[in-house]
Design a protein around this ligand. Sequence first.
Ligand code: SF4
Ligand code: SF4
Length: 431
Amino acid sequence: MQTNFTPEQLADPEIKVANDILRSCVHCGMCTATCPTFVTLGDELDSPRGRIYLIKDMLENNRPAQDEEVLHIDRCLSCLSCMTTCPSGVDYMHLVDHARVHINQTYKRPLTDRLLRDALAKILPYPTRMRTALALANLGKPFARLLAGDSQFFKRLRAMLALAPAKLPAAQNLAGTTHKPQTTQKGRVALLAGCAQQAIAPSINTATIDLLTRLGIEVVIPASAGCCGALVHHMGRHDEALAAARNNITAWSDPTLDAIIVNTSGCGTVLKDYGFLLRNDPMSDQAAKISAKSMDITEYLLKIYQPNQPAPNLTIAYPAACSLQHGQKITAAPKTLLAKAGFKIVEPKDPHLCCGSAGTYNIMQPDIAATLRQRKLDTLQAKHPDIIAAGNIGCLTHLANPSTPTIHTIELLNWMSGGPRPAGVPADLSK
Ligand code: SF4
Ligand code: SF4
């Protein structure tokens, strides 16, 4: 694609990167067929190619974002399905990240939108605040019918209330803890304990630590490590995202760590991008090292996982989280491990399409998210699974439904390695 940035504009290293990305797009349109928002809405401006044109026009003209760009870029899930499809290797992720920062810096959103975004950015990355918010959301659930209006604001509030679990699990505080191996030590890793996940499903971290230590791995969770920054990063809140990254890079600077383990794939994609995010920062070298050490838990387990008990006869439907399959290109490891554990694995039709969770997307874009959720649940349940398993808390929460339990992959692997049956698996299923 031809671009028309001036030499002065190209002197800005961020614009230089955007220019290189834009020029790599040959506008063939192959990405449109696998873009969930184009498939759902049928509007070219809700396709990757359409968004690329909008971003090009906005940046080339060096003008504040307008309503049209904000509408269509906000609707992008950042699922990165387009990057998997694109034959020209267009780095859409960094282009849309740049556009979001530009929007955040130049566009004044309506008041309710600003308040909601501020609240999400100030609450979700902090487990204690998140827990308090979930408790309040549960108290508010009986009054949800008072929010019956069709306005986007009411729909977003209803979507937030719907995500709160009916019963809050016990609080978990892993900060500053070290978990010794249960057998001869084979490795030492840091675990990203996560933020929202700790409040919603602490059992995921418990199972991760249980399994790793049983396999001979020491697990440390430095007291100063915090949220990975993904939530604010996807809102274009660049400085907050960089601050989160710098904080974690310092927290994980111990050279004896073999890996930084992530069990929330949305966070893993951002950790692996710290090197790019901080490429012009004094901490660029350390950032690149942390990115190189970051691993999804399934990548790390691939060589060392051993089940030690016969699996019950259960069929697991595996909806690949976009951040794993498109963001990190991890497609086989989770299925290989679940099969090694003895489960039968089935996959939904159109596995490349996002379920609609996408961080805070299911709150901010409730209609599109609900359509994608129903599509994903229909394709999953067409395979008649006993359990739906995924490697990302966002997908698990979003796909929660009354008929099929949604369980994190690591809890199933830990169970077959001698850990407890995951609380979400009914006892009569596991016989
Ligand atoms: S598939 Fe790639 S090159 Fe083709 S329009 Fe989409 S982003 Fe551009
Ligand atoms: S990231 Fe996903 S929603 Fe956004 S343009 Fe690409 S395929 Fe479409």
